[in-house]
Write a protein that binds this ligand. Structure first.
Ligand SMILES: [Zn+2]
Ligand SMILES: [Zn+2]
Length: 346
């Protein structure tokens, strides 16, 4: 099979590797599409930061926003699925797995290949059916949308209101795919008013389409004072990288409010603990998805996508064949091209 490999910083090569036979209880799936996540870009730029967490050069480069088909024994077209990455190789038996937090599984089996390849072998329990008629590109948004859905569903704000964001004002810092999906998820979970900080015109337009009533441009607007004036109960940090946006979130959320962190930071980041204390802030660093209140975040995300394909559909802006994975990453890294979400299709 063909698979993309990350050989070093910003160095991707596509190579032929022997097909990976599914061992034991694992199910073989044929990848149809795999989205490029912010964390993939992070790893692509700075593979050194990921050392010890994941093997640097594995087939499929840890691509985890996977839409696939389950081959049928008779050779016919099998069902389409999305893969919940935390369940793809988890043990299913440890305390974390039984608690719906497979992301913290202590006995995980390493996958032999990931999504920027033609084939994967995963636990059957990680496969969620794609609804009939849903486009592959749309289905590839399930994983990033589930990240946003989880941040809210795992939040104190949500639990304190019996599972709704009704009446809450929410500011989202960041107009990349995760920020836009955080806007979309908040609207659909009942939020009252949404503000978004987005750097590029295409992001700003998408934020408005997905439900933001106010969109700020970080270059021309005095973002901190405008967010404070908006008086958000919850601020979502969806940028990561440097420390500025985390600090902005802590400085602008209402007293007694909550900061939800979805961004991935390059280095340990400073927290103004005095401000956090005097304002009795809550912080949630939201790590992927799992089961909340007996429902999987993936199920909620698929339901949202199915209910409004028009609003979400425009988020996948580019599609590249597997052979051009290197170009796909360059395009994904350059937001000025208007790239929102990029999908690689074997
Ligand atoms: Zn991701
Ligand atoms: Zn486990």
């Amino acid at each position: 099979m063909r698979a993309a490999f990350l050989d070093g910083a910003e160095d991707i090569a596509v190579r032929e590797v022997p097909p990976i036979p599914a061992e034991g209880h694992l199910v073989e799936i044929d990848v149809i599409a795999c989205g490029i996540c912010g964390s993939d870009l992070h790893r692509w730029r700075r593979p050194d930061l990921m050392a010890g967490q994941i093997e640097p050069s594995i087939p499929g480069m840890a691509g985890h926003e996977v839409v696939a088909r389950v081959p049928r024994a008779d050779g016919g077209r099998g069902r389409r699925v999305v893969v919940e990455p935390n369940l793809a190789g988890n043990c299913g038996k440890c305390g974390a797995c039984l608690d719906g937090k497979a992301v913290f599984c202590s006995n995980r089996t390493a996958l032999r290949s990931w999504g920027f390849s033609e084939r994967m072998a995963v636990n059957a329990s990680s496969l969620f059916d794609v609804p009939d008629g849903m486009a592959d590109d749309l289905a590839s948004l399930t994983e990033p949308l589930a990240c946003a859905v989880h941040a809210y569903r795992a939040s104190h704000t949500f639990a304190a209101q019996d599972g709704t964001l009704a009446g809450r004002r929410i500011a989202v810092i960041g107009g990349g795919a995760i920020g836009l999906l955080a806007i979309a998820a908040a609207t659909r979970l009942g939020a009252d008013a949404l503000l978004c900080v987005a750097r590029y015109p295409r992001q700003a337009a998408a934020a408005a389409t997905l439900g933001a009533i106010e969109v700020l441009d970080p270059v021309v607007d005095d973002v901190a004072s405008r967010i404070r004036k908006f008086a958000p109960d919850v601020v979502v940090e969806a940028v990561g990288g440097g420390p500025e946006t985390f600090d902005l979130a802590v400085r602008t959320v209402n007293p007694g409010g909550e900061v939800l962190v979805l961004g991935l930071f390059d280095d340990p980041t400073h927290l103004d603990t005095r401000r956090a204390l005097f304002r009795e802030l809550r912080l949630l660093f939201s790590m992927t998805y799992g089961v909340v209140d007996g429902r999987h975040d993936f199920e909620v995300a698929l339901e949202f996508l199915e209910s409004d394909p028009a609003a979400f559909g425009g988020l996948v802006s580019h599609r590249f064949p597997l052979e051009e994975t290197a170009d796909a990453f360059v395009a994904a890294a350059d937001k000025s091209t208007g790239a929102l979400r990029i999908v690689v299709a074997p």
